[in-house]
Design a protein around this ligand. Structure first.
Ligand code: ADP
Ligand code: MG
Length: 629
């Protein structure tokens, strides 16, 4: 077979092509990161081989010297990055370097704004590190031989529409040759490359080697033909094995980019070594931005697991609970066996204790961020708050700590951006207030204008406003904080401290008669009709029986097709409202009925609810309007 017939050309997947373009444009101002990405891949490939070699030492032979070599040719305008890691087979390279495996990528790309500046930080989410080669190269060649494969593959592309592959003999590992663009020739320079390696890849646990540059001197001329001598240019000790005081913020930041594949800086991190019954080191990072697929509970997540510094697996999800799925980093255990599998991790008691400790560690990190950097914490909350709320319902052991991390909008802040924590809420509570008041609605606007808040506004009592999809479920799991119970202000059992002046005599005879007439009109629609203590401006509102399912939960359950038993609200009216005073005097029973039904429907609407029969509402309202005109 001639080589010709073995060459195959493939089109890049559409998403890959789009990302490639996006990447070339948006990362142009920070072109040197291509080297970080390629070294990061080489280091991952070596980690993977090292791991395979534990079970199959014959794959690598004795005494293998794992290393990454970076070289350049100024005349030819090339930069080459070579590793002796796991390599790729022909099928793997077509798959890995031609498609973006993440599900949902296409939809996500379609939703992008086109503001490239903004999108740059999103690129890292896709694991498109390799494509950064095209920021500086007009052509990229990859020579690779997968471990144990009989032949290697040459992959070549101009980064436009397609790439081609052909067979080739090469040693195990991967060599990436960048043919630099005219405006990127500056990278074919020893000094420049060394400084980039030190800046971004110092902490990688694999040595990065470059040929020693001979300084022009008389002796060097004599040795010119000798074998080139290599030197290691990075520190080559895995960052987490160093002590905290020796690691700079920049180093932590660069290491984050390596482990997370994120192009953005992390928000914060926590690095700890634990000794004693269990020995392990953890380095946990909180990212700045949530990945686009954070709501996909099956998205890859978890920490990079090492055992005694040997890489074992990516995304070891057993070390953190699901609600902390945004945390990135490394855990390196001295106790687990090297041949540990996911199945073993699931049942291992040591893993459970590490997981409990790491969970506390993350919560502590968030707590101190909230104390020291409220602005940072607010930014964190906006990205990850809803995910953290899952924890308050799932992680009972840490419920109090989690509750302390929650943030809510409230009646004391007109701006949706401002949020209050429960500790601060308690701090500024009214004298004598013994409950934490809250209200759940569909959105901020509906929450803020709910008639249920009127009495609280009048008294100046703060009410937390909740409107995330998860909130009603959250509050069902959260009964108290700091010894104080929560109280839903929409519930029938709302038991406000009395204030006689506000509502006069609720149980007067006249009111009893009016309640009776209203109840007759509403009949089966309501559980009970009574005079309200919570309204000051609105004529009426609907109140939930104490243990009934709230409207939000009901909508979610109904959306999933579940049949729910009907719950009837209580109808509360404001006896001192002019409309009600007129109503009490209405002798025409038909008009009385229309008015009551309109009040009932309006109360439903005010809560963001929908009317069962909206056209009946419209015609009643029109009948009443006609009498006005
Ligand atoms: P990521 O590193 O986030 O997975 P990249 O775009 O950097 O994404 O790389 C894509 C994939 O290509 C890698 O996951 C890996 O499977 C493969 N790959 C890239 N470089 C190498 C290499 N030097 N050796 C072996 N495989 C590699
Ligand atoms: Mg990569």
């Amino acid at each position: 077979m001639s080589e010709q017939t073995n060459t195959e050309t493939f089109g890049f997947q559409t998403e890959a092509r789009q990302l490639l373009q996006l990447m070339i444009h948006s990362l142009y101002s920070n072109r040197e990161i291509f080297l970080r990405e390629l070294i990061s891949n080489a280091s991952d490939a070596i980690d993977k081989l090292r791991f395979r070699a534990i079970a199959e030492p014959e794959l690598v032979g004795a005494d293998v010297d794992y290393a990454i070599a970076v070289s350049f040719d100024e005349e030819a305008g090339t930069v080459t990055i070579a590793d002796n890691g796991i390599g790729m087979t022909r099928a793997e390279i077509v798959e890995q370097l031609g498609t973006i495996a993440k599900s949902g990528t296409a939809e996500f790309l379609a939703s992008l704004t086109g503001e490239e500046q903004k999108d740059a930080s999103l690129i890292g989410q896709f694991g498109v590190g390799f494509y950064s080669a095209f920021i500086v190269a007009h052509e990229v060649e990859v020579l690779t031989c997968g471990v144990g494969a009989s032949e290697g593959t040459r992959w070549v592309s101009q980064g436009e529409d397609d790439f081609s592959v052909e067979p080739l003999q090469c040693p195990r590992g991967t060599t990436v040759i960048l043919h630099l663009r005219d405006d990127a020739k500056e990278f074919a320079d020893g000094f420049r490359l060394r400084s980039i390696v030190r800046k971004y890849s110092d902490h990688i646990g694999v040595p990065v080697r470059m040929i020693k540059e001979a300084f022009p001197s008389e002796e060097s001329e004599e040795t010119e033909s000798a074998e080139p001598e290599f030197e290691t240019v990075n520190d080559a000790t895995a960052l987490w094995t160093r002590s905290r005081s020796e690691v700079s913020d920049d180093e932590y930041t660069e290491f984050y980019k390596h482990v997370s594949h994120d192009f953005d800086d992390p928000m914060t991190w926590s690095h700890n070594r634990v000794e004693g019954k269990l020995e392990y080191t953890s380095l946990l990072y909180i990212p700045k931005k949530a990945p686009f697929d954070i709501w996909n509970r099956d998205m890859p997540r978890g920490l990079k697991l090492y055992v005694q510094r040997v890489f074992i697996m990516d995304e070891a999800e057993q070390f953190l609970p699901l609600y902390l799925r945004f945390v990135k980093g490394v855990v390196d255990s001295s106790d687990l066996p090297l041949n540990v599998s996911r199945e073993i991790l699931q049942q291992d008691e040591r893993v459970t204790s590490i997981r409990n400790a790491l969970t506390k560690r993350v919560l502590n990190t968030l707590e101190s961020m909230a104390k020291k950097g409220p602005d940072d914490y607010r930014a964190f909350w906006d990205e990850f708050g809803e995910v953290l709320k899952e924890g308050a319902g799932e992680d009972f052991a840490n419920r109090e700590a989690l509750a302390g991390l929650l943030r809510f909008a409230s009646t004391h802040m007109e701006d949706i951006q401002k949020k209050v924590g429960l500790a601060d809420y308690i701090e500024r509570m009214d004298e004598g207030q013994d409950k934490l008041y809250y209200l759940v609605a569909e959105n901020f606007e509906t929450a803020r204008s709910s008639p249920h808040l009127e009495i609280f506004r009048k008294r100046g009592t703060e009410v937390l406003l909740l409107f995330d999809r998860i909130d009603e479920w959250l509050m069902a799991n959260l009964t108290e904080f700091d010894g104080k119970p929560f109280q839903d202000v929409m519930r029938a059992d709302l038991d406000l401290p009395e204030d006689e002046e506000e509502h006069g005599e609720a149980d007067s005879e006249a009111n009893a008669a009016l309640s009776g007439r209203i109840a007759e009109v509403l009949g089966e629609l309501v559980e009970e009709v009574r005079v309200s203590k919570r309204l000051t401006d609105s004529p009426a509102c609907l109140v939930l029986p104490e243990h009934a399912m709230g409207a939000q939960m009901r909508r979610i359950m109904e959306a999933t097709g579940q049949e729910l038993p009907e719950t009837k609200p209580h109808f509360e009216y404001n006896a001192t409202h002019p409309l009600l005073e007129r109503l009490a005097a209405e002798a025409d029973e038909d008009r009385f009925g229309d008015l009551v039904r309109v009040l009932f429907d309006q109360a439903t609407l005010a809560e963001g609810g929908t009317l069962k029969d909206s056209s009946a509402y419209v015609s009643r309202l029109n009948r009443l309007l006609l009498e006005l005109l």
